[in-house]
Each structure stands twice: as structure tokens, then as C-alpha cells.
Design a protein around this ligand. Structure first.
Ligand code: NDP
Length: 600
């Protein structure tokens, strides 16, 4: 296995630095515009109109905030544990969370469906493709809700406006935009890491006279077509612009290119696009699955993806490939007599990454005919600096004569006016602008979730976490009794398969609530000491996901701004990695002691 030539390596690093430096900006996260005030309509639900209903003022045992996979996994585990008085409260008109909102054409999971779709064995369902499209994923969310009776008592099209602990009654009081005031003994919060859309901070954003929407609120009434892939015929005579080229944009551009009269893609930073190789799942292989298979697959993927060793790779995809390349290099070097040191591991990581990124850049040249377009589509950063993307039709779209890449050389769109978009002093007239500009990450808790949470003595979660997240296991916060946060941070932090974290969190919450009810406890809360000890453990950890300041800016590295204690805490994970965390938490919840919690 070749080591990158030192001169080549230095040239590559210099190019990476040059491209990064072009993109650094002093406003970081603040560049983005929140969908509030005159932009609030960007949050409207285009899919299901709220059904009129009377406000609710009842008491529930467990309120689950958010009907995405976090809420559904928790709800399912609670129901399995015999707790039936559960109420999901969800802003969308149905369950599904990200998969309710993100119906843009071409949306599909980026992690293999056999491990991404939670509770497959419990629901007796198997996905049809290795990477399934959004409608199938949304249908799976509905399947979980139906099977575990989670639609009963659910409040859909209901936005929480305030969540507040009431000490005297030991209840959470949940206020909503539908006039509800619900009291809950326990609250599980699964609002998702990428929940609230954000808009690009471009001058003149509100002056555009044509049509515009965010990708997470796709306006099929305007475009025609549907989430199942029917052609968007209304775009046939339209000049369509899409701003942003992240994971979302990559997935919807092939359909937009197929259906738009003219398509203009405004790019600030190209994504890395590796091979997808999607295919139908073979029934023969499925027949070989034994009970417990999904747990085995989950563990196998998590092990391989985080640098561990197993004899077999069930998933075999771009995620496990990254880790396997690094591991193979280390094994080869050690078998040739090298000593295993952190320096060796780092060199193997860098060499593997150089190989991978060279292959990704070569692929652009092989697919995209126009040389200037191909050059502009090449990513100059390490693969894990930004969300790695995988697609087999995205690059081809630029060979369609109607599809124009408008590269901004890292600077972003200059200005929007009534009739279109300005880049490099050139005006591009448009009928429609689609904002593929992502979601709030790394901002204050209330800004990300859309409401404030106030615990004991009036302390808000935003205040409590102002200097960085504080928790035990990413789930319990001192001063916020009976509240369970479903988070990947400060827990396993397995980014490559988010739902794995959620299934485990659901099991943990169910175990704690069962215990609290069994011992007739009115409160369960982490002690300050346990929380502090957990934070100290995490802070001794160098393997946090967020935070490579050498990377090109993005939400993985605080948009290129300084990474301090706050950012490190917000992006930290269990020091020994995700697989070790899952083993640790399994033992923790099963030994009946719930160390670090007090049941009052
Ligand atoms: P991202 O935040 O990844 O992308 C936003 C895009 O908007 C970037 O390309 C950004 O450029 C660009 N942008 C922002 N401001 C401007 C501007 N002023 N001018 C021009 N361009 C601008 O959002 P996505 O919705 O694409 O993805 C968010 C995350 O959602 C993913 O990282 C992934 O975790 C998840 N996702 C998962 C999928 C799956 O699992 N199937 C599918 C889609 C998304 P720049 O890069 O320079 O900042």
C-alpha cells in the first residue's frame, strides 16, 4: 500500500489550506438567517394542513417531544415495557421527523437501510433497496407508530412553545401553539440534531419576486410531481436556481436537472461524491438472516466504521470502506515491522484519505465532460471534513445542456434581487430559488429546537448549556428532573448511523422509567457529581468528531471559527468509542443500579 509522496502530500495540504482560507469568514454560524419574522413562512407545512381540534389540558405519564425516529424508538420501547400512557407531540402533520419534512425528489438514506431503518425485526419488515428512498423510510416510521399504537394520544401539527418544570406537582408543563397545556410526569425529548431549517445569509434574500422554498418544505404544488419521483412537469419552462451543494442538494439535483427548463446550481464548496452503487436487496440473502440479525449488523457496522476488527463486513459500503482502508494500512505497516504508534495511525489515516480523495477527484474528470465544470466540482479537503456524499447520477447531471454550475469560488452568492441571483457581477434571472442551505447546528439549544426548556429554579437549558452541553450520558441534566434528552452527543456519538444511537436511547429511557414507576419515585435526576464526573471523562477524550480546524468550514467544525470548550463539549463522545458506549450503557441499564441517578 503506497504512502503518499512527501512532496505531493505537502502540495495537497497547501491546496487544502488555500481553499479553506478562501472560505473562512468572521461571522461563522451567524451568517445564516433564521426562519422567523418575515421568513417564518419558510417553516409552514406544505404537506398536511393542521386539523382543527380543541386544546388539551390532560396529564400523561410520558410525553415524547418529536415524532421522528428518536421519539418512535422511545415510544416503542416504552410500549414494549408495558407503559401505555404515552403521548407524542409533533410539529409535522404525521410522524417521521426528518423523513416527514424532507420529501425533496431523490431523497434517500445515506446509511444502508438494513441498519438505518430502526426496529426492522420488531416490525418484521425488510427494506427493498440497499439505500431506500424517503417514501419507504417515512412509511417505516408510520409502521412503527401503528404497530406500537403511538398514533393513539399523539398530537400532530402541534408546535411546542414552552416546556417548564413545576416543582410542587413534580410535572412538566408543556405549552403549544394549539392552546394546549399538558402535564407530563416524564418528558423524552427527541428533537433531532438537524431539525430547524436555516436560510443563507445573502443580501436581498427577501426581495426575490419569484417563488422560493427550503428543500425541507418541498413545494410540489409549484413544481408538480411528487416525492415518489413523478416528473415535476411545472418546471419544464422554468429557470430554476438551487443554492447549496451539500448532501441534500446532491440528491435532488439529478431530478431537477431532468425536469427543469434551465437549472442553475450555485456552489460555494463542492461536496465529495463517492460511488453509491445502490441496488435491490436480494431475497436469498435475506432468507439467511437469523433472529437477532439487526443487532449483529448494527454492531458489525459500528465496529468497522470506528476502526475495530471483525471477520465479516455485512454492510460493505463507503462508510466501512473508509475505516477498512485505514485499518489495512496499519496492519500492513505493522506486519512489515513498524511499531504501532499514534503517529503511524495518523499517517495511515492521511494516506488512505489522500487515496480516497484522489479517486473522488478523478471520478469527476471521468464523468463530467466540460473541463471547467469538472475542475470546479472537485473537493479540496479531507473526506471527513464535510458530510461524505455518495451518488451515481449527481455528476452526470452536469452533462445535461440545461444544467449550469455557477461556482462562486468559495464566496457564496453575492446578492439576490427581485428577478434573480448575482454571482461575480453576473446576474442570473430565475423563476424559482430553492434553498438547500441546511439546518441549525451548534447554535443555542432554544434556537435549534424552537422552544425553551426551563428546569428547577427557573434555569433554562440554554443558560445551563451556554458554555457547552452538560449531561450524564448525553441524556440527563442536573436541575432538569424527569427529562430525558435523546442525543448522540456526550453518548455514543455514532454519526455514520444516527438511528443506532436512538434505538439504544429508547431502551435506556424505558428501563429508567419502568424503574421509577416500580419504586413509586416522583422524580429521577442525575446528581451534580455524576454529571461532573461524566463531563470530566469526556473532556479527557481527544476523539471528538467536531473540531478539525484545518478543515474547510462547515457545521462539522463550527464553520471554521475557533473551537473552544463549548464546541468540544457539544460534539464530544464516549472516549472509548461508540461500540464501547453501547456495551457500557447496556450493562448500566440492566444491572438495576442506575448509577448516577437519584430516584426521589
Ligand atoms: P448543508 O449544511 O450540508 O449544506 C448547505 C449548503 O449551502 C452548503 O453547500 C453551503 O456551502 C451552502 N451555502 C450556504 N450559504 C451559502 C451562500 N451564501 N451561498 C451559496 N451557498 C451557500 O445542508 P444539507 O441540507 O445539504 O445537509 C445537512 C445534513 O443533513 C447533512 O450533512 C446530513 O447530515 C443530513 N442529510 C442526510 C441525508 C441522508 O442521510 N440521506 C440526506 C441529506 C442531508 P458551504 O459548504 O460552503 O458551507
Amino acid at each position: 500500500m503506497a504512502t503518499t509522496d512527501p512532496t505531493e502530500r505537502e502540495a495537497l495540504r497547501a491546496k487544502y489550506r488555500e481553499e479553506r482560507d478562501k472560505r473562512i469568514r468572521s461571522d461563522g454560524n451567524e451568517q445564516y438567517v433564521q426562519p422567523t419574522g418575515r421568513f417564518a413562512h419558510f417553516l409552514d407545512d406544505p404537506y398536511i394542513a393542521p386539523v382543527p381540534r380543541e386544546p388539551r389540558f390532560d396529564d400523561v405519564t410520558v410525553a415524547i417531544i418529536g415524532g421522528g425516529f428518536a421519539g418512535l424508538c422511545t415510544g416503542a420501547r416504552l410500549k414494549q415495557a408495558g407503559i401505555s400512557d404515552v403521548s407524542i407531540i409533533e410539529g409535522g402533520g404525521d410522524v417521521g421527523g426528518a423523513w416527514y419534512w424532507n420529501r425533496y425528489p431523490g431523497a434517500m438514506c445515506d446509511t444502508a437501510a438494513m441498519i438505518y431503518l430502526p426496529l426492522l425485526e420488531e416490525t418484521n419488515y425488510l427494506p427493498t433497496k440497499k439505500y431506500t428512498y424517503a417514501p419507504e423510510i417515512h412509511a417505516h416510521a408510520q409502521r412503527i407508530a401503528t404497530q406500537f399504537d403511538l398514533y393513539d394520544n399523539a398530537l400532530l401539527s402541534t408546535e411546542i412553545t414552552d416546556l417548564r418544570w413545576h416543582e410542587a406537582s413534580a410535572r412538566w408543563v408543556i405549552t403549544t401553539n394549539r392552546g394546549d397545556s399538558i402535564r407530563a410526569k416524564f418528558v423524552s425529548m427527541g428533537t433531532g440534531p438537524l431539525h430547524r431549517p436555516k436560510l443563507p445569509g445573502i443580501a436581498g434574500l427577501d426581495t426575490f419576486g419569484g417563488h422560493c422554498f427550503h428543500t425541507s418544505r418541498w413545494d410540489y404544488d409549484y413544481t408538480g410531481g411528487d416525492a415518489q419521483g413523478a416528473p415535476m412537469n411545472n418546471l419544464a419552462n422554468k429557470r430554476v436556481g438551487i443554492i447549496g451543494t451539500g448532501a441534500t442538494s446532491i440528491q435532488c439535483i439529478p431530478s431537477l436537472s431532468r425536469d427543469s427548463g434551465e437549472l442553475f446550481v450555485f456552489q460555494r464548496t463542492p461536496s465529495s461524491i463517492d460511488i453509491r452503487n445502490n441496488h435491490a436487496i436480494e431475497p436469498v440473502a435475506l432468507g439467511e438472516l437469523e433472529p437477532g440479525w439487526q443487532y449483529a449488523w448494527l454492531t458489525n457496522f459500528a465496529t468497522l466504521q470506528t476502526g475495530g476488527f471483525t471477520d465479516v463486513d455485512y454492510v460493505k459500503d463507503g462508510w466501512t470502506d473508509i475505516a477498512q482502508r485505514i485499518r489495512d494500512r496499519i496492519v500492513a505497516a505493522v506486519s512489515e515491522g513498524a511499531e504501532f504508534t499514534p503517529e503511524l495511525a495518523l499517517r495511515c489515516f492521511e494516506d488512505s484519505d489522500d487515496d480516497k480523495m484522489n479517486a473522488i477527484r478523478a471520478r469527476v474528470d471521468n464523468v463530467v465532460a466540460d473541463e471547467a465544470t469538472a475542475a470546479a466540482l472537485k473537493p479540496w479537503f479531507r473526506q471527513l471534513c464535510k458530510r461524505p456524499c455518495f451518488h451515481d447520477e449527481y455528476l452526470d447531471a452536469y452533462n445535461n445542456p440545461n444544467t449550469h454550475l455557477i461556482d462562486t469560488d468559495g464566496q457564496g452568492v453575492e446578492r439576490i434581487d427581485e428577478t434573480g441571483v448575482w454571482v461575480n457581477g453576473e446576474h442570473h434571472e430565475l423563476d424559482c430559488i430553492i434553498f438547500a442551505s441546511g439546518f441549525e447546528v451548534g447554535t443555542d439549544f432554544a434556537r435549534r429546537s424552537g422552544f425553551e426548556t426551563t428546569g428547577r429554579d427557573g434555569l433554562t437549558l440554554t443558560e445551563c448549556w451556554a458554555e457547552g452541553m452538560q449531561s450524564l450520558h448525553g441524556m440527563h441534566v442536573h436541575g432538569f428532573p424527569n427529562l430525558f434528552i435523546v442525543s448522540i452527543s456526550q453518548a455514543a456519538n455514532l454519526i455514520s448511523n444516527v438511528t443506532h444511537n436512538l434505538v439504544e436511547a429508547g431502551s435506556t429511557i424505558a428501563a429508567i422509567i419502568v424503574n421509577a414507576l416500580d419504586c413509586d419515585a416522583s422524580t429521577v435526576e442525575t446528581t451534580r457529581a455524576a454529571q461532573d464526573a461524566w463531563i470530566a471523562k469526556l473532556e479527557g477524550n481527544e476523539r471528538g468528531f467536531l473540531g478539525n480546524p484545518e478543515c474547510t468550514p462547515g457545521y462539522y467544525n463550527n464553520e471554521g471559527k475557533a473551537i473552544g470548550r463549548r464546541e468540544r463539549l457539544n460534539g464530544s463522545g464516549y472516549p472509548d468509542g461508540p461500540v464501547a458506549f453501547f456495551a457500557y450503557i447496556d450493562a448500566w441499564r440492566n444491572n438495576g443500579e442506575f448509577t448516577g441517578l437519584t430516584f426521589g
